[in-house]
Design a protein around this ligand. Structure first.
Ligand SMILES: Cc1cc2nc3c(=O)[nH]c(=O)nc-3n(C[C@H](O)[C@H](O)[C@H](O)COP(=O)(O)O)c2cc1C
Length: 423
């Protein structure tokens, strides 16, 4: 149900449509009255994108509907997706008066290495659907900004190509599927590529039901005729994305049975062979196989964060996979204060889901995060304008954080705590 005639910021739209937390959502009085008429920028000039929401509007214009559904969609009723976007609205900022904020510092230390910005790029699979060589482009933009890029198991560029990006903090995200020899081979390859950290994703052993994405397909692996025709209406996307052919799962193909190495066959084989037995014992074994930093991504229960610490993990990423897996879960932000209380400083605690604004990031730090991951935000930039679009997304967040710190009366991210928040 669309209550408002014009596009709303996505967090407002999501909340309105699902009824989740609608009362707490920040709806601008001007938007509500529908005057003056407003529109996000959806042209081609990246410099004119003021916000992540503008990059999103640009991405919506450039991508065909099936790719857009893959990027945007959540599972089932998308209540988890809406929760990610609205969780931030539960908190209000409490600025401090008359603080000298002539110098503002948004650098943080992550695993004892300083980084100039408090966020990193989340692992996302199938980036090749948005732009050719997308993983390398995301990695270059991340390296230039001095932030980690987490490369997905389902990425489309070889891990070695990403590792070759100068000055990159390169992390590898592991999905556990097939025989143990496959995960071991992937871990060994990430080690050879000198990845700084291994991120074990544990919330996708079953593939979440993204129904809207599936409605674009007549049957598995075959787009509907309408979707195919719609692709033809996006020649720019085709030119910048498919000019080198269909993307492939560059890091997995050699590990798949020969009959299942084509794109859709491979994806379905992996989906069918996700290891449903994956448990704490196996996670502990994988921890031991990996010599460097080890994180578990996809936890939400504070008790599970304790278990992660007990098997020797270095960090946890509180996440519901961008609302793409189990519907009706809490968001990472919801559980962050509890996790921090229980874990103290035993683990590095990272949170993701729904980050679109500098203020979102400040709130996460005030609630105890050590870092934040952004998933869709850089992908909107990528889809809007390739490598430069990713940099634009990073720049927007950097500028917002800098301004927001100043307005909040906080000199640095490290100063943030509950004293800056009100419910
Ligand atoms: C298009 C897309 C693909 C994703 N693929 C993966 C993946 O391969 N591995 C993984 O651990 N998480 C994956 N995620 C989840 C992200 O790592 C992250 O948790 C999520 O995007 C954060 O929410 P946000 O998009 O609202 O920032 C994906 C998310 C999106 C949007």
């Amino acid at each position: 149900m669309r209550l408002f005639p014009r596009p709303l910021p996505s967090h407002v739209q999501a909340a309105v449509e699902t009824g989740v937390d609608a009362a707490q959502i920040a709806q601008s009085p001007i938007e509500e009255r529908n005057s003056p008429a407003r529109r996000f920028y959806a042209g081609r000039n990246l410099a004119r994108a003021r916000t992540i929401e503008d990059l999103r509007a640009m991405a919506h214009r450039r991508l065909p509907a099936f790719a857009l559904e893959y990027l945007e969609g959540g599972a089932e009723d998308e209540a988890t997706l809406a929760r990610n976007l609205s969780a931030y609205a539960r908190y209000r900022l409490l600025p401090k008066a008359l603080v000298d904020v002539s110098h503002r510092d948004q650098s943080v230390a992550l695993f004892e290495r300083s980084m100039p910005l408090p966020f990193a790029i989340a692992p996302t699979g199938l980036n090749g659907l948005f732009w050719r060589k997308a993983d390398v482009l995301l990695a270059r933009a991340a390296a230039e900004a001095g932030i980690p890029f987490i490369q997905s198991s389902m990425s489309n560029d070889p891990i070695e190509d990403v590792a070759a990006v100068p000055d990159l903090r390169h992390w590898w995200q592991l999905y556990v599927f097939g025989e143990p020899s496959i995960r071991e081979a992937l871990i060994a390859r990430a080690e050879r590529a000198q990845c700084e950290a291994l991120v074990l994703t544990i919330d996708a052993q079953f593939y979440g039901d993204r129904e809207w994405e599936q409605r674009r397909f007549a049957h598995p692996g075959r787009l509907t005729l309408a979707s195919i025709l719609e692709c033809a209406l996006h020649p720019q996307w085709a030119a910048t994305t498919l000019s080198g052919g269909m993307p492939s799962f560059a890091n997995l193909v050699d590990l798949l049975p020969k009959a299942h190495r084509r794109f859709f066959d491979g994806a379905f084989w992996i989906r069918a062979h996700m290891d449903h037995r994956l448990d704490w014992k196996e996670a502990a074994r994988l921890r031991k196989l990996w010599p460097r930093r080890f994180l578990i991504k996809g936890l939400l229960d504070p008790a599970d964060a304790e278990k992660a610490a007990a098997i020797g993990a270095d960090g946890v990423i509180l996440s519901n996979h961008g609302g793409r897996q189990l519907d009706w879960t809490v968001s990472g932000l919801d559980v962050l204060p509890d996790v921090r209380r229980r874990i103290g400083n035993r683990l590095t605690v990272i949170v993701d889901g729904g980050v679109r604004r500098g203020t979102d990031i400040l709130k996460a730090f005030a609630l105890g995060a050590d870092a934040v991951l952004v998933g869709r935000a850089p992908l909107y930039g990528l889809s809007a304008g390739g490598r430069k679009g990713v940099t634009r997304a990073i720049d927007i967040l950097r500028d917002e954080i800098d301004l927001d710190l100043g307005l909040l009366g906080a000199r640095s991210i490290n100063e943030l705590g509950p004293q800056f928040l009100a419910r």
